[in-house]
Write a protein that binds this ligand. Structure first.
Ligand SMILES: NC(=O)c1ccc[n+]([C@@H]2O[C@H](COP(=O)([O-])OP(=O)(O)OC[C@H]3O[C@@H](n4cnc5c(N)ncnc54)[C@H](OP(=O)(O)O)[C@@H]3O)[C@@H](O)[C@H]2O)c1
Length: 336
């Protein structure tokens, strides 16, 4: 099959497109997908650079990418949720079972990809394959962070730092759909975008330091990872929660020890987002997409042959919204 592979860690120059990569074989609980479009995420660059070799290994050749939209072409004996021919999308994990670190493997930049069936959901009918591939990892990150950690409900106030990035645009839309009052932090060029997505007020981080704000929030979601719990504690309401998009020793220990801390009167809470593939969560997201509550923001699309340019463009920070790879012409032919 055609695939973009790396044979060593490094810059985007390490990405090579080959025509004869062996197609993946499926286990009983897995499905094989003909990939039409794959989405790029920051984790792809980190993997390519070797920053995640401790959790993702260093077995070459390696195919990067976790976000796919495509069609089921084969299913294992115990994979019964989907029929061959179903249009699906998801954050894939080629591991036959979730690894003990909970880290997924990659494998999306290829004509065929394998994943456990429970990582997938049916593609929303109102989206093209390219649009669908722009959703899974970023939207699941925001969904799981805000629902499970932030417990966002109607009337809660939330500050979203990095509101116009890959994860941030979904965080704003989800928080809006759940009835929160949203303060979005982004640069001036993105003010209009985040307002159109549902932000109630906007702060330009280049002009105003959020730690100087005179307001408090029930939840601060630091998507851009540019601040910390200690810097933002005074911005939290009495039972406020600070969610970082990165796991570090501080927020890991704080998460673990919070129930004990609460017994000693500590109320403000620091925790972290850690995305995991979930077809169930994606099903809810699909319903929200079909209702018009969430839309993906697509920036540029590239072909598989342009994979190096796609990485360079996305990594440069110039993209507004998602960068997507068209793996097959059918991605365009099958637009709704
Ligand atoms: N924990 C998890 O499970 C998980 C999952 C997904 C992503 N992540 C991590 O989350 C982070 C964000 O991911 P992403 O995909 O959203 O990245 P992204 O698309 O690159 O977006 C980052 C956003 O942050 C903004 N930003 C940069 N500097 C800022 C500052 N000083 N203050 C406020 N905003 C600032 C950028 O705005 P400009 O365009 O103006 O520079 C951009 O809109 C990354 O570090 C990624 O690795 C973690």
């Amino acid at each position: 099959m055609r695939a973009a592979i790396i044979n060593q860690f490094g810059s985007s120059d390490m990405l090579t497109v080959v025509n004869n990569h062996p197609s993946p074989k499926i286990e009983d609980n897995q499905v094989l997908i003909r990939v039409y479009a794959a989405g790029l995420n920051r984790i792809d660059f980190l993997t390519r650079q070797g920053d995640l070799k401790g959790v993702r290994g260093k077995k070459f050749p390696m195919i990067l990418g976790n976000d796919i939209a495509g069609v089921v072409v084969e299913r294992g004996r115990n994979a019964t949720q989907f029929q061959v021919g179903d249009a699906v999308y998801g954050m894939i994990d080629p591991n036959p079972s979730l690894s003990w670190t909970k880290f997924t493997q990659s494998g999306a930049y290829a004509e065929f990809a394998v994943t456990r069936e429970e990582t997938l959901a049916k593609k929303p009918d109102n989206l093209s394959y390219e649009e669908a591939a722009a959703i899974p990892l970023a939207c699941l990150t925001a969904y799981q962070a805000l629902l499970q950690k932030g417990q966002i409900q109607p009337g809660k106030s939330i500050l979203i730092n990095g509101a116009a990035g890959g994860v941030g645009v979904f965080a704003v839309q989800l928080a809006k759909a759940w009835g929160a009052n949203i303060t979005a932090v982004c640069s001036e060029r993105d003010r209009e975008l985040v307002t159109s997505l549902g932000a109630d007020s906007v702060i330009n981080y280049k002009e105003e330091n959020i730690t100087d704000l005179q307001r408090q929030f029930d939840c601060i979601y630091d998507v851009a990872v540019t601040t910390s719990f200690s810097e933002c504690r005074h911005l939290l309401t009495e039972n406020g929660v600070f969610i970082s998009n990165i796991v570090n020793a501080g927020n890991f220990m704080s998460s673990l020890l919070f129930p004990i801390g609460r017994m000693f009167g500590f109320r403000k809470f620091s925790t972290f987002a850690f995305v995991f593939p979930s077809g169930e969560d994606l099903k809810t997201i699909s319903t929200m997409v079909e209702k018009g509550d969430i839309r993906p923001i697509l920036d540029k699309q590239f072909s598989l042959d342009e994979i190096r340019e796609a990485h360079d463009y996305s990594e440069s920070g110039k993209a507004r919204g998602k960068v997507v790879i068209n793996i097959s012409n059918e991605a365009q032919e099958k637009r709704p």
